[in-house]
Design a protein around this ligand. Structure first.
Ligand SMILES: [Zn+2]
Length: 275
């Protein structure tokens, strides 16, 4: 292995230690999508000797989901990592594309909500409390800026390398790549021989936050390291942000914590059934 890859692995290890993301021997799930970030994360945690299981949500988005699924299967087989494939047709009774047709909801909002829901439900089914996601430094900075522009203080207060379990039916969410630049992860994936899925989701326009991303990349280009400095500064300021306390009830249909009588996942499920 070359020095670059070794340095990336070492950085991730330091991130894990600095934010106490994982204890030694603690089992965890990595939510993999077939993209370079989540696959690199699973690879790095595996190389660091963690008890890694992967899960992939098959959203049923045409060839894109099929290709992503095969990519994840190949990746896990090469490393002998256990892989749980969650088929949205079985879980929800409908794919993201069908949900869009039947309920008219934007596929990106359905996809995001469904993934957040399953990220709590699936690992706990296997007795695993911690889920790692492949969010990198650029992702984190983009989201923080987006939340500042809208002054969404609640989301800012939750933006963290570690989201502790706030309920017995919620998992702990960790982001071990939060201090690693996207370009470095791409380089790591290339050097180590990870082949991520090609193309992007056909239901997404890909335009979300595009101008913001370009703007921030331009600033980074002129001031290398500024994103990292900004993120470090945010982590210090974040402690002063207060999250609004919300009253969680149990969903009448599935029991997951929600602020409404019926959670948004079950509401979607019901809406789909009616059609
Ligand atoms: Zn529910």
């Amino acid at each position: 292995m070359d020095d670059f890859c070794r340095a990336i692995i070492e950085n991730v290890k330091e991130t894990i230690e600095r934010f106490s993301l994982l204890k030694e021997g603690e089992p965890l799930f990595v939510a993999i999508s077939g993209g370079k970030d989540s696959l690199s994360l699973a690879d790095i945690l595996w190389r660091l000797g963690y008890d890694v299981k992967c899960f992939f949500i098959d959203l049923g988005i045409d060839d894109y989901s099929d290709d992503s699924r095969v990519t994840c299967e190949t990746f896990c087989k090469e490393r002998n990592l256990p892989l749980v494939i969650v088929d949205l047709r079985e879980e929800l009774g409908v794919t993201v594309r069908e949900a869009k047709t039947k309920t008219g909801r934007s596929p990106c909002s359905v996809c995001g909500m469904v993934r957040r829901y399953l990220m709590n439900v699936i690992p706990l089914r296997y007795g695993v409390e911690t889920v790692a996601t492949g969010h990198n430094l650029d992702d984190e900075v983009n989201v923080i800026f987006w939340n500042i522009i809208r002054w969404d203080i609640d989301s800012l207060a939750r933006q963290s390398p570690l989201l502790p379990r706030s309920h017995s039916r919620f998992t702990r969410k960790i982001k071990p790549l939060c201090l690693t630049y996207e370009k470095d992860i791409a380089e790591y994936a290339r050097l180590i021989g990870i082949k991520p899925v090609e193309g992007r989701c056909p239901l997404s326009s890909g335009a979300t936050l595009l101008s913001l991303k370009e703007f921030l990349n331009e600033i980074e280009g002129e001031n290398p390291g500024i994103k990292r400095k900004f993120y470090e500064g945010f982590l210090k300021k974040r402690e002063r942000l207060e999250e609004r306390k919300v009253q969680l009830k149990e969903c009448k249909l599935c029991g997951q914590p929600t602020t409404a009588e019926i959670c948004s996942y079950c509401r979607l499920k019901e809406a789909v059934k009616k059609h």
